[in-house]
Design a protein around this ligand. Structure first.
Ligand code: FAD
Ligand code: SF4
Length: 470
């Protein structure tokens, strides 16, 4: 069905939600985007052309019914819109905040041809936040409970996506996590200025009311053994993420003052949420000249957290050019506004210093011929060495899988790079080599995105339901 607003997008341009001015937000950790007003959300949603074959829907990894809920928002029907959002996505308010929309749904919007894509992410966030504020809760009244229960290891987006589908189908999920709050990297990774932590605690309450049980601050393999879980439950889902830090492999990486990105970000969250066990764990950038190495989302989060900790300066060195950065464009722009200095085409070759870090030696790079994937590899420009002075260095080169030591005993196969083998096309989707154990998210696909982890968790839950024959 076509809408009657064929030319609405010409009269009403794309409007992004207002941001807290950079000068102010540099000093605080809260989310930087203000919510849409009801009028903004409706008029922005009304810009949608309702394309017959919506590219946005295909590009969205969970295949949200985007034009349909945009239409409902343009009509002011939030309660129907929120139901529709939850048919495909377990955490729409989170995806609306942290998906790199410019590469996903909004990147595929037809209006990108000169008019500005529909603000899909901001509307998705608006729908769920508004519905919650109006008292909306998932309707569980028609659920027929079975006697099955499934253990979910990891309360990140993959585990939560899996638990959501299981509980809606009457299967009791019990979710274990070693951290004291749910969310995985959503809580202990992604900083508050992108995703405030009350968003996850609100979700925890919603999930608990739906019948999901959380056993937090409980590490599988330490506080509870997998073999006991296997005996107690009908099936197991693993969504444990990837936690081996990638290294640069150059001299000086072990000097005092050089930190991996995640411990830095987690120490900041722990202090802010009151989870800090020892004040010595806090990594403080106040007054320091900070150099961040890397160009992805993790690097941007390190840059902007350092700014908020009142670093003297923050410089981000990345080995490719700006166009080839893997992180979201929006977050790079936000980092620039907040005062991060970017050095593109710089490859670190050593971290220098006597007893502690004093600087990062880099060489300039230029892009060479495309490799087998069509991506142009950086090549070193001869004689271009320089030293960036630094009091602290944050290494944000990404993450590799971290297989648990009990995988062998439980006959869980991994591939050469340590990712758990759990094919989507298996007889039961995302089943591992141990038939009772399923897996999804970063630990299966390698570090990726929140929305892809949610998708795999949800699909694995379908596999588990088929396996349990419920
Ligand atoms: P995780 O989120 O890592 O969750 C795994 C959970 O398993 C953790 O809570 C962990 O404590 C738990 N666990 C592991 N082992 C055990 C055990 N033995 N016992 C109990 N619990 C265990 N993606 C985006 O889409 N947008 C972004 O803006 C973005 N920013 C990011 C910023 C940073 C700093 C990082 C590191 C990642 C970012 N990502 C972003 C990527 C995204 O966060 C991940 O792809 C996603 O969280 C993966 O979900 P997951 O459920 O597979 O794993
Ligand atoms: Fe876009 Fe992400 Fe929402 Fe999909 S889940 S519509 S990709 S913001």
């Amino acid at each position: 069905e076509r809408l009657s607003n064929d030319f609405q997008f010409v009269e009403v341009g794309r409007i992004d939600p207002k941001k807290v001015p950079a000068k102010k937000r540099k000093k605080e950790f809260g989310e930087i985007y203000h919510p849409f007003t009801a009028d903004n959300a409706a008029s922005q949603a009304h810009r949608c052309l309702a394309c017959g074959n919506p590219y946005c829907e295909w590009k969205c990894p969970v295949h949200n019914y985007i034009p349909n809920w945009l239409k409902l928002v343009s009509e002011g029907n939030i309660m129907k819109a929120v139901e529709l959002c939850h048919q495909t996505n377990s955490l729409p308010e989170v995806c609306g905040r942290v998906c790199p929309q410019d590469r996903l749904c909004e990147g595929a919007c037809t209006l990108n041809d000169g008019f500005g894509a529909v603000t899909i992410g901001s509307v998705e966030k608006y729908i769920t936040d508004t519905a919650f504020a109006l008292g909306w809760k998932p309707d569980m009244s028609r659920v027929k409970w079975t006697d099955k229960k499934v253990a979910v290891i990891g309360a990140g987006p993959a585990g939560l996506g899996c638990a959501d589908i299981l509980v809606r189908n009457g299967v009791k999920p019990v979710v274990f996590d070693r951290y004291p709050e749910i969310g995985g990297l959503l809580t202990f990774g992604i900083p508050e200025f992108k995703l405030e932590k009350s968003v996850m605690s609100r979700r925890r309450e919603v999930f608990q009311e739906m019948g999901v049980e959380f056993r937090l601050a409980t590490e599988v393999g330490k506080d509870v053994q997998l073999k006991d879980i296997i005996d107690e439950f009908d099936a197991v889902f693993m969504g444990m993420g990837t936690y081996t830090y990638m290294k640069g492999g150059f001299p000086g990486e072990n000097l005092p003052g050089v930190y991996d990105a995640l411990p830095f970000l987690v120490s900041n969250v722990n202090r802010r949420l009151g989870f800090e066990k020892d004040p010595a764990d806090f990594i403080d950038m106040k007054g320091k000249r900070v150099v961040v190495l890397g160009g992805g989302d993790t690097a941007m989060d390190c840059n902007r957290t350092s700014i908020r900790q009142q670093a003297e300066s923050v410089t981000c060195a990345y080995r490719r050019d700006e166009a080839n950065m893997p992180g979201s464009r929006r977050e790079v722009a936000n980092a620039k506004e907040e005062g991060v200095k970017f050095l593109f085409n710089r490859q670190p070759i050593a971290i220098i210093g006597e007893d502690r870090v004093e600087g990062v030696k880099v060489v300039q790079t230029q892009l060479g011929e495309p490799d087998e994937n069509g991506r142009r590899r950086p090549e070193v420009v001869p004689g271009s060495e320089e030293v960036i002075p630094a009091d602290a260095v944050l290494v944000a080169f990404g993450f590799r899988p971290s297989p648990a030591d009990w995988f062998d005993e439980q006959k869980i196969d991994t591939d050469d790079s340590g990712r758990v083998a759990a094919p989507e096309q298996a007889e039961f989707a995302f089943q591992t080599s141990n038939p009772k154990i399923f897996a999804g998210g970063d630990m299966v696909r390698g570090s990726d995105l929140v929305v892809t982890a949610i998708w795999e968790g949800r699909q694995a839950a379908e596999g588990i339901l088929d396996y349990l024959d419920v």
